[in-house]
Design a protein around this ligand. Structure first.
Ligand SMILES: CC(C)(COP(=O)(O)OP(=O)(O)OC[C@H]1O[C@@H](n2cnc3c(N)ncnc32)[C@H](O)[C@@H]1OP(=O)(O)O)[C@@H](O)C(=O)NCCC(=O)NCCS
Length: 182
């Protein structure tokens, strides 16, 4: 993704979606802090009170050609982020042709079309960057996310049992995948 885009939400509001860069680190940390205390956090690995992500490591990830990190801005505030990461870019067995997707946004902004748009942007980057297989893991009761991936032609290819213990129950994860011609 080279340029910022304006995206119109279902409620008519315009937000900006663009690549996250080094200069955005503090804004992203503010978002992570808000998100980790919001209801959607339990659908991810984020949790209230978690340590701040390491600055150097985060910036390295934002700026690397092996990943795309995108953010959604409502005015000056980041309200959602998503990423696609090649997991082993230089591996001789072409394991670098696999990339993992993740998405999260504040609850107030969900069901407005952002998640669908972010998957499309991440998939476009994957196609342009030699990815063969796109993957994600989704908690088994996260119906909005499962539906979002299925809407974008991912299929459920596996299940991992007991991957997280939240609110007194073990939760499982579905693996969702999409093959890209490469
Ligand atoms: C899951 C998430 C990324 C989806 O993004 P979103 O912006 O809410 O989704 P969209 O509005 O773009 O909707 C895309 C599709 O997802 C599905 N969907 C979205 N919200 C849904 C809901 N509340 N119930 C059922 N399906 C839903 C629908 O299939 C929808 O397509 P449609 O509008 O044609 O019906 C977002 O809700 C989120 O960040 N949740 C909290 C964190 C999280 O779960 N992250 C994903 C971890 S794998």
């Amino acid at each position: 993704m080279n340029r910022a885009i304006k995206f119109k939400l279902r409620n008519g509001k315009l937000v900006t979606i663009r690549r996250i860069r080094e200069k955005d680190y503090e804004d992203i940390m503010k978002f992570m802090d808000k998100f980790s205390r919001d209801v959607g956090a339990v659908q991810t690995n984020q949790y209230a009170g978690q340590p701040k992500k390491d600055k150097d490591q985060s910036i390295k990830l934002y700026e690397s050609d092996n990943n795309l990190f995108i953010g959604v801005w409502d005015g000056k505030n980041v309200v959602g982020i998503a990423s696609v990461n090649k997991t082993a870019p230089n591996h001789p067995y072409r394991m670098g042709k696999r990339a993992v997707i993740g998405l999260m946004m504040l609850n107030k902004y969900t069901h407005n079309g952002i998640g669908n748009k972010m998957i499309q942007i991440l998939e476009k980057w994957a196609r342009e960057n030699g990815v063969h297989r796109l993957c994600a893991t989704v908690r088994h009761k996260n119906l909005p996310s499962i539906a979002n991936f299925i809407k974008n032609d991912f299929i459920i290819t596996g299940v991992k049992y007991d991957t997280a213990y939240i609110n007194n129950q073990w939760l499982h994860e579905y693996l969702v995948e999409k093959l890209i011609e490469e």
